[in-house]
Design a protein around this ligand. Structure first.
Ligand code: FAD
Length: 470
């Protein structure tokens, strides 16, 4: 018999439950990618994600070719495309791994119902998470709203780190009419992507490479994860988003290395596993509170007096021209590489939502378009957490001070100088106390701050104080 496997956000051959099941149950398997970005509206992939997707699809196709298959690429709508492929191949079953965004859930449920009505068997399998977002609940049977008890529960029941092997079909089917990846038009017309290409290797092999590098550094994670100048974190976020690697695979390799190290050398994996736990929490929240990409998790913030939309100010933030070194360094890192260090994400988000009092959704949208790891669950949680309106959020009155943050986490200013080369000749202390040295920075062609930090902080706190309690 013949099966179709729909690849979506699981662009890998190893530890892939849908592919594995299809290969076990059917003689012939056709791997399919249906391109239908409209079906993700209003969160169709942004420009940086499209760049990643292009290269990840090419990588998957190359990998399948090594095993004698091809990725069959077609344009959507998905239902029409799948029906046409069923008619052309005589497939009796369709397999996929689940996605958890609200639009994806609605879409996949409708697809499943329509195909079943056609008499086709549909098998959906868990997506690249440790747990299905609906499986954990508080003792009172409610969704979690606080991370620590959520993590305690999940940590106690993490699945065994035993990933599935690379799936092999008895016969990889090939069908007529498939498109080359380039036909999807995912790459930018004006080629701004050189910085992305220099930094990343989309695809399963690229993910494994980064994991290998990180396995040697995991022991330092707790110490160096807050230092943006270093590669102290795994940088696996885009690979995780596109399902090129799973938490089970990561856990398995790190645990294996830890066991090999043994004794006193044995690294503590907990701080890193816990961070993957935040990703699970974000998906749990998005599943249970599907309107939160657009709405405040905490309704008290519905009355928050955001400043009037200010496109000019927003553009200064987007381009890394605010005159606040750590904010500008972060925004330029994002623009050039499609990624930003987590600590700096918190600082730039705090600056936008508190010092500039622009709505967090302006920031979330910009990140959506520019991050290669743009992920609806994690991005929503990140922005609502910093803005103070999210689940288990930083309290609103916590306003990050970018000067203190850079002095503490980038003491020799290596990160600042990397992304603000016009300031590279100035001493680190001058950069951490930039407000005292405006003329020195101006002489380097660096702009004056767009806002007075102390006054804007006070204004944000006053706005918060004036909010009615709910
Ligand atoms: P590591 O420190 O190596 O962590 C490993 C993995 O754990 C990450 O790849 C990620 O999948 C997960 N993770 C780590 N921290 C968090 C977190 N705070 N919340 C959820 N998952 C986490 N992450 C995204 O993947 N996509 C986004 O769109 C995104 N937007 C963000 C927006 C803001 C305003 C903030 C403050 C954070 C955002 N994050 C987002 C979370 C975090 O910054 C990134 O996951 C992290 O920087 C990725 O780098 P890494 O893979 O080296 O992380």
């Amino acid at each position: 018999s013949t099966a179709l496997v729909l690849f979506r956000r699981d662009l890998r051959l190893a530890d892939n439950p849908a592919l594995h099941a299809a290969c076990a149950a059917h003689a012939r398997v056709l791997p399919v990618y249906v391109h239908a970005p409209d079906e993700d509206a209003p969160w169709a992939p942004g420009a940086a994600s499209r760049w990643w997707l292009h290269h990840a699809l090419e990588a998957l196709d190359r990998q399948l070719a090594e095993h004698g298959g091809r990725l069959h690429i077609v344009h959507g709508p998905t239902l029409q495309a799948v029906r046409a492929l069923i008619a052309a191949t005589g497939a009796s079953a369709v397999y996929w791994n689940r996605r958890y965004e609200p639009a994806a859930i609605a879409h996949d449920s409708a697809l499943k119902a329509a195909l079943r009505e056609d008499g086709v068997a549909v098998h959906s399998h868990p997506g690249p998470l440790w747990h299905e977002p609906w499986t954990l609940a508080t003792d009172g049977g409610q969704p979690y709203r606080v991370f620590t008890p959520f993590w305690r529960k999940l940590r106690a029941q993490l699945p065994a780190p035993t990933p599935l092997p690379v799936a092999r079909a008895r016969q990889w089917l090939q069908a007529d009419g498939g498109l080359p990846v380039a036909a999807l038009g995912l790459l930018p017309a004006i080629r701004w992507d050189a910085g992305l290409a220099a930094q990343w290797t989309p695809g399963e092999a690229g993910a494994q490479e980064l994991l290998e590098i990180f396995a040697d550094a995991v022991n330092d994670y707790a110490k160096s994860r807050d230092l943006p100048a270093r590669h102290g974190t795994s940088r696996l976020s885009p690979h995780l988003h596109f399902g090129e690697i799973t938490p089970v695979q990561i856990h398995a390799l790190l645990q294996q290395r830890a066991q090999q190290a043994g004794g006193r050398q044995r690294p503590d994996l907990e701080p890193y596993l816990r961070e993957l736990g935040w990703r699970e929490f974000a998906h749990h929240l998005l599943y249970h509170f599907p309107d939160t990409p657009q709405a405040n998790f905490n309704p008290r913030f519905d009355a928050f007096p955001w400043a009037k939309d200010n496109p000019a100010l927003l553009e200064r933030w987007q381009r890394g021209r605010t005159g606040i070194p750590l904010v500008d360094a972060g925004m330029r890192e994002l623009w050039h590489t499609g990624w930003m260090h987590n600590r700096v994400r918190m600082v730039v988000a705090s600056f936008l939502t508190k010092n500039l009092r622009q709505h967090w959704q302006h920031g979330a949208r910009w990140f959506w378009d520019t991050l290669v790891d743009a992920d609806l669950a994690n991005n929503t949680l990140g922005w609502q957490w910093v803005a103070g309106c999210g689940a288990d959020a930083a309290p609103y009155f916590r306003v990050f001070n970018p000067y203190l943050q850079s002095a503490k986490f980038d003491p020799d200013a290596a990160y600042l100088k990397r992304w603000l080369p016009e300031l590279a000749a100035l001493p680190a202390k001058t950069l951490h106390e930039a407000w005292k040295h405006q003329s020195a920075l101006a002489a380097c062609g660096y702009p004056a701050p767009v806002v007075d930090m102390a006054a804007s902080r006070e204004a944000a706190l006053a706005a918060w104080d004036a909010l009615p309690a709910v």
